[in-house]
Ligand binder design. Structure first.
Ligand SMILES: Cc1cc2nc3c(=O)[nH]c(=O)nc-3n(C[C@H](O)[C@H](O)[C@H](O)COP(=O)(O)OP(=O)(O)OC[C@H]3O[C@@H](n4cnc5c(N)ncnc54)[C@H](O)[C@@H]3O)c2cc1C
Length: 466
């Protein structure tokens, strides 16, 4: 008998079923533990205070008059530098930190450390001024000394002013009036501010000037953080830019919202999980210089990374109109709200507006026994993208989708009232919730779920970072 399949002169072409898309590699969990981070923080605080105390900081503090102010200026100056340095560590996007805490938490803590640095810097400037002021010279002469006449103080003054501008621009009331990009680029000048202050820290403060070991440690810490920052922010960005994905599909879902799929050979390099988000940077004129976050709207597979993009402004609007084939740089994906967050517990997924995208992705990777409940909130039916898909995915897992549509004022009911939540999800207290949507919804849902009896450690959301 002839084996038809091996005869080269008469090949038999059997129909080949298209290969099912394979899941992309999932990011490995972080090895870091909370205790490791706490230990580093405690050691840093101890070393800083010990350096100041070892150089007579406590005696000087108790001496009174200018000596006391000098001591306060020394300690607050050291604390301001250390807070600034730790703040930079958080935005260096170190993989292990990101996998442990998520980019959103790191950026929020970066904001807190920035605030701490600004307060310590204000104390440093005030105490330094009081320490320098003597009866022999007036206020103006002291200001002239501290802003220029004393070596290294002119750049340090400019640095402090830059940090002050960044701090003011980050106040909630001011930040809301700025576009993200304006705020972001103003924010970057804080790096210059820290660099300008560096020399005065080394050569004017007695703690570093007169102690070779402390100075060496201080310089080494700056070199390490700078290296991590350059690699984490720019090195990774260049690597991603050299291996962009391409737009393979743009499908309108509802007016102003599209499903965007990115794929191509470089997809194989990406590790991603449902529930994560990526920073997308289309390589097109006027768009390449800004990156915006978008959640994966489908479990990531070799078929591509799928996003649901709503036109909310210049950048997102342009993204909804990208031609197929456009190269897009993908940073990340980031985020820790992956399926593991539910552990063995049952899932409650709460979403408002386009926040529905990551819910869709998570549902795809929940086990068929999960019995998830999805609560959707939208101001109009138009906003309810993916509703039918969600219903199918939830039903396949023994769960349900509840949608509440309409403006809160006209509904006559607060959708996140604890009683309303308990009625919709009677076993709410035993579930784990993830919440996606605008900041106001995150707060309202968090409060409602907590008051309805869900332990706060079971309520998760991407924290708004600016
Ligand atoms: C973790 C996360 C996941 C997101 N997932 C999705 C998604 O799946 N689909 C979707 O349509 N939208 C998503 N967004 C929102 C999306 O990033 C914004 O709609 C987009 O950045 C708007 O930019 P713009 O220039 O078009 O509009 P703008 O008018 O500049 O901004 C509109 C709003 O988006 C916010 N915003 C702008 N740029 C950024 C930025 N770089 N980082 C954080 N916030 C920013 C602004 O605060 C403003 O409230 C997500 C946001 C975050 C933080």
């Amino acid at each position: 008998m002839t084996d038809l399949a091996t005869r080269s002169d008469n090949p038999v072409l059997l129909p080949v079923a298209p290969a099912a898309p394979l899941p992309l590699r999932r990011p490995r969990p972080a090895r870091l533990r909370d205790g490791d981070v706490a230990a580093v923080l405690a050691a840093t605080a101890f070393l800083t205070t010990a350096t100041w105390a070892r150089h007579g900081g406590v005696d000087q503090l108790l001496a009174g008059g200018n000596e006391t102010w000098t001591s306060i200026a020394r300690l607050s100056g050291l604390l301001a530098s250390v807070a600034g340095l730790l703040g930079l560590v958080l935005v260096a996007r170190a993989r292990t930190l990101e996998r442990r805490y998520g980019l959103d938490h790191l950026l929020v803590w970066h904001r807190y450390l920035g605030g701490t640095m600004a307060v310590a810097l204000a104390v440093h400037v005030g105490a330094g001024f009081a320490a320098w002021l003597t009866p022999d010279q007036g206020v103006l002469s002291t200001v002239a000394d501290l802003t220029g006449r004393v070596p290294y103080m002119a750049p340090a003054t400019v640095g402090a002013l830059l940090v002050a501008v960044v701090t003011v621009s980050s106040l909630r009331s001011i930040r809301r009036r700025l576009s993200y990009e304006t705020w972001y680029f103003v924010h970057l000048t804080a790096y210059l501010g820290l660099a300008l202050a560096f020399a005065h820290e080394l050569y004017l403060g007695t703690d570093l000037r007169d102690d070779t070991v402390a100075r060496a440690l201080f310089v080494a810490a700056h070199v390490v953080v700078l290296g991590a920052l350059v690699w984490g922010r720019w090195g990774r960005l260049v690597a991603a830019a050299l291996h962009p994905l391409r737009v393979t599909d743009v499908t309108p879902l509802v007016p102003g919202t599209v499903s965007l799929t990115l794929g191509g050979p470089n997809l194989a390099r990406i590790e991603a999980d449902a529930g994560q988000f990526a920073l997308l940077r289309p390589l097109r004129r006027r768009l390449w210089w800004q990156a915006h976050p978008y959640s994966l709207a489908a479990a990531p597979t070799s078929a591509g990374l799928r996003f649901t993009v709503k036109d909310r402004g210049d950048a997102s609007g342009a993204l909804t109109r990208l031609p197929v084939g456009t190269r897009v740089v993908v940073e990340g994906p980031y985020g820790t709200l992956t399926p593991e967050v539910f552990d063995e517990g049952r899932a409650l997924l709460v979403a408002g507006g386009v926040g529905v995208a990551p819910v869709r992705a998570l549902l795809e990777w929940l086990p068929t026994t999960a019995r998830p409940v999805v609560l959707l909130r939208a101001r109009s039916a138009d906003e309810l993208v993916h509703l039918e898909e969600l219903r199918v995915l939830a039903a396949q897992r023994g769960g349900a989708v509840h949608a509440l549509v309409g403006r809160t004022v006209s509904l006559g009911v607060d959708p996140f009232d604890p009683a309303v939540l308990r009625r919709a999800v009677p076993d709410l207290a035993g579930r784990t919730a993830v919440v996606y949507g605008p900041e106001s919804l995150l707060h309202a849902a968090h409060r409602g779920l907590r008051d309805a009896g869900m332990p706060t450690e079971h309520i998760h959301c991407e924290r708004p970072w600016w």
